[in-house]
Design a protein around this ligand. Structure first.
Ligand SMILES: Nc1nc2c(ncn2[C@@H]2O[C@H](COP(=O)(O)OP(=O)(O)OP(=O)(O)O)[C@@H](O)[C@H]2O)c(=O)[nH]1
Ligand SMILES: C[S@@+](CC[C@H](N)C(=O)[O-])C[C@H]1O[C@@H](n2cnc3c(N)ncnc32)[C@H](O)[C@@H]1O
Ligand code: SF4
Ligand code: SF4
Length: 325
């Protein structure tokens, strides 16, 4: 469906849980956040009904995210259900990767097409510090499994944080020479836990690119990485993989925004950074038909704002894992 600003909305990001087995410093406080009670979280069957209705009005790409999506019980059932819908042609996953290796084959069999791993450091000690609990080697095993199973393109999300991982930009870039990995550096957004310190630790994509060019020379612009997101891609000469930047702050990509979000508690969010949400849980639980759900989704699309105003500050107290990153 086309929205009021002539953008084609064909991408639904679904947060299947607000729970997570990591506590990344920019995303969650050490003690975690208060999780939504079980009964307020959409069941997998309810999520499936939303996907069916959304597919009727032009959603063709679905990303499963969270919280950490792989901690959700019976998550394979959701992949199986969505992949049986012939209108959906791309099912992807955003994960911290720690549980991925052991689930990878079943995820692929259940319909997963490709996977984005969040990995902010290649140094196991630094990785532990950033995630507070994560074991780098478990994630690396998951990444190798994704490559082995051809879950291409395999992408990394690296949130750039000054003094935390900016000394590793070159190491990430070097990885792309030998491995078909697509490393995306993400500008830190002043959301949730990182809100108070985001400004001082922010690294703009332009600085990242400049530092990479100083180290590696001019990077070639790359056009062809499969995906629905806003990353811009480059390649080191002869490299198997690519390097991307997601300029969420310095050069927002709202004019080509193509997405809607479904939060774990059944709210449809036209914009990551907006305050507006459309309740789908109540209609889902009071017998709304597929057509009625599709009408509600179309209404949310009509309310998509033209762009975000993140630079004016974040008033929502929730963190990324609660909204659905
Ligand atoms: N401003 C903004 N940033 C977003 C939005 N969606 C994702 N991001 C940022 O982009 C990062 C990468 O998102 P992913 O979940 O890997 O998905 P993607 O890049 O959309 O996916 P593909 O390009 O299809 O692989 C997230 O961690 C966010 O920081 C959005 O709607 N608005
Ligand atoms: C919220 S997580 C959910 C999925 C999964 N747990 C993971 O980490 O991939 C999705 C993405 O949001 C990113 N993220 C979280 N907080 C962020 C922030 N304040 N600024 C930029 N990206 C952020 C994470 O790095 C991750 O790539
Ligand atoms: S970024 Fe992902 S893995 Fe890290 S705490 Fe947030 S939800 Fe968990
Ligand atoms: S901030 Fe809102 S309008 Fe901009 S790209 Fe993200 S979801 Fe789309």
């Amino acid at each position: 469906m086309i929205d009021n600003f002539k953008r084609q909305i064909d991408y639904l990001r679904i947060s299947v849980t607000d729970r997570c087995n990591f506590r990344c410093v920019y995303c969650m406080p050490p003690e975690g956040v208060k999780f939504t009670p079980h009964w307020e979280i959409l069941s997998l069957e309810e999520i499936s009904r939303v996907v069916d209705a959304a597919s009727d009005i032009g959603i063709t790409k679905v990303r499963i995210t969270g919280g950490e999506p792989l901690v959700r019980k019976n998550i394979l059932d959701l992949f199986q259900y969505i992949s049986a819908n012939p209108l959906i042609d791309d099912i992807s996953l955003t994960t911290n990767g720690v549980l991925f290796a052991d689930m990878a084959e079943n995820l692929k069999k259940s319909g997963l097409n490709r996977v984005n791993f969040s990995l902010d450091s290649l140094n196991p000690d630094n990785f532990r510090d950033i995630t507070r609990v994560g074991n780098f080697h478990d994630v690396w095993r998951g990444i190798n499994k994704a490559l082995e199973l051809n879950l291409h393109p395999v992408k990394f999300n690296v949130v750039a944080v000054r003094g935390v991982n900016d000394q590793e930009f070159g190491d990430f870039a070097r990885l792309t020479k030998e491995l078909p990995l697509h490393i995306r550096f993400i500008e830190l957004m002043p959301i949730g836990e990182c809100n108070p310190w985001a400004e001082g630790n922010f690294v703009a994509a332009a600085e990242i690119m400049q530092r990479l060019q100083e180290e590696f020379g001019t990077l070639e612009t790359e056009m062809k990485v499969t995906g629905s997101g806003p990353a811009k891609y480059y390649r080191l000469p002869g490299a198997k993989g690519t390097i991307g930047v997601i300029t969420a702050m310095s050069n927002h990509f709202c004019n080509s925004c193509n997405r809607l979000r479904l939060t774990a508690n059944g709210q449809l969010r036209p914009c990551l950074y907006g305050n507006q949400e459309f309740d789908l849980k109540t209609p889902l639980r009071s017998g709304a038909s597929r057509e009625e759900l599709a009408d509600l989704i179309a209404k949310a699309i009509r309310h998509k704002p033209s762009q975000h105003h993140m630079e004016e500050g974040w008033t929502d107290r929730r963190v990324m894992s609660q909204i659905g990153g």
